[in-house]
Design a protein around this ligand. Structure first.
Ligand code: CP3
Length: 351
């Protein structure tokens, strides 16, 4: 693997903290319902059908690259996908989000989960990675991704999205052996899955621990979550491919996210970039963090807020522009196009 050579693409350079000609930009959830091209495909196929067919997943991955010229593509899939071969009965119910019909609540439930070989049971995902790489032709890098153990565990235990994560937290505290086995199984699944994506051609990976920061404070994170996420980053590090670590609401413990691992820490939209960097210290790049709502504001206000993010990040290299969480389904596409142009224009190095 050539992960240690100095990269030329701006996104991969920024992941390594290297100087760039302009700040690279991509958006979390950049392929999706705000695009008419995506909605047209979704009229004919379910989300899981798109993910299961490499040609469709490839087409959807490329849509935002063609339309807006983002500096990185993210594979079209979902964090919950690798749970299916484990034996999790997953459905995306219209209007409700994900539903898991056989939630995991006991040690016996964990013991029923099957070991997964992603190269076999998730071969369609690896094929999509290869097809996207071929289509992008070295011009735009491809990000692979997975959900982190805590965020996956929260869906598996609650059976769907949750407001207070009570079942998850009670297992964590009241059934420590069950928690350990579940989190260890998820950490192994996620490591194997990300490494398979890297072998298939992913040039960076992002670990989404979206709900860890929302659900937990630093003490619980350190004791019950960090050790499992750390196992994943230790294995990814050996590949030489950069890793991005993202959570929402974790600003009170950014150093713990860094300790768990990642070459880049994703900052949510509540966290000023310069403040976040001061918490993190040297040795990591940052990604973020425009408020997704800013894409609905008048153009002048959007520009002001984009320039504010760039300004906060301008003191040193190692910044990837992104939203502070996923793009919202009603986002006006013209403002997405404008945002990409503004970031490129206003981040040009004056040297
Ligand atoms: O970023 C991308 O463009 C790649 C694709 C991607 C999807 N999901 C496709 C998707 C990525 C990176 C994800 C990650 C994901 N999925 C996360 C972590 C990121 C975050 O937002 O915090 C989470 C928590 C999930 C689980 C999930 N998937 C939920 C809660 C939902 C329903 C809510 C919703 O937005 O509808 C999904 C469905 C989903 N995954 C959609 C897409 C485009 C919308 C489904 C549709 O087209 O009907």
């Amino acid at each position: 693997m050539s992960g240690n050579d100095e990269p030329t693409l701006p996104f991969l350079r920024a992941c390594r903290g290297l100087l760039v000609d302009y700040t690279p930009i991509w958006f979390m959830r950049q392929a999706g319902r705000y695009m008419a091209e995506y909605r047209a495909i979704r009229q004919k196929y379910t989300l899981l059908q798109i993910c299961a067919q490499p040609e469709l997943a490839t087409e959807v991955t490329l849509q935002p690259i063609r339309a807006f010229g983002f500096d990185a593509a993210i594979l079209f899939a979902d964090i919950l996908l690798p749970l299916i071969p484990m034996g999790i009965d997953l459905e995306f119910a219209a209007g409700e989000g994900p539903v898991i019909h056989n939630p995991v609540r006991s040690l016996a439930d964990v013991d029923r989960l099957r070991p997964v070989e992603p190269r076999d049971s998730l071969a369609h995902v690896m094929e999509a990675v290869r097809l996207v790489r071929r289509a992008l032709d070295g011009k735009t890098p491809l990000i692979g991704f997975a959900g982190a153990p805590f965020t996956l565990a929260s869906y598996v235990i609650e059976g769907g999205p949750s407001k207070n994560y009570l079942k998850t937290k009670r297992m964590m505290v009241e059934q420590p052996d069950t928690w350990d086995r579940l989190m260890a199984a998820l950490a192994e699944l996620v490591s194997d899955y990300l490494i398979a994506q890297i072998e298939a051609g992913a040039q960076a990976v992002q670990l989404f621990d979206s709900w860890a920061g929302t659900a937990l404070g630093p003490v619980d994170y350190r004791e019950h979550v960090l050790p499992y996420s750390k196992r994943i980053f230790e294995r990814i590090r050996l590949t030489g491919v950069p890793a991005i670590h993202f959570s929402v609401g974790a600003s009170t413990y950014l150093p713990l996210l860094k300790e768990a691992g990642g070459d880049v820490i994703g900052l949510d939209w509540r966290t000023p970039i310069d403040w976040g960097r001061a918490q993190l210290g040297d040795g990591v790049a940052v990604q973020g963090n425009l408020d997704p709502a800013a894409l609905f504001y008048p153009r002048q206000e959007l520009k002001k807020r984009i320039c504010a993010v760039l300004e906060q990040a301008s003191s040193q290299p190692g910044h990837i522009f992104n939203l502070g969480h996923g793009i919202l389904p009603e986002t006006p596409v013209d403002n997405v196009r404008a945002a990409v142009e503004m970031v490129h224009e206003h981040s040009q190095r004056r040297s």
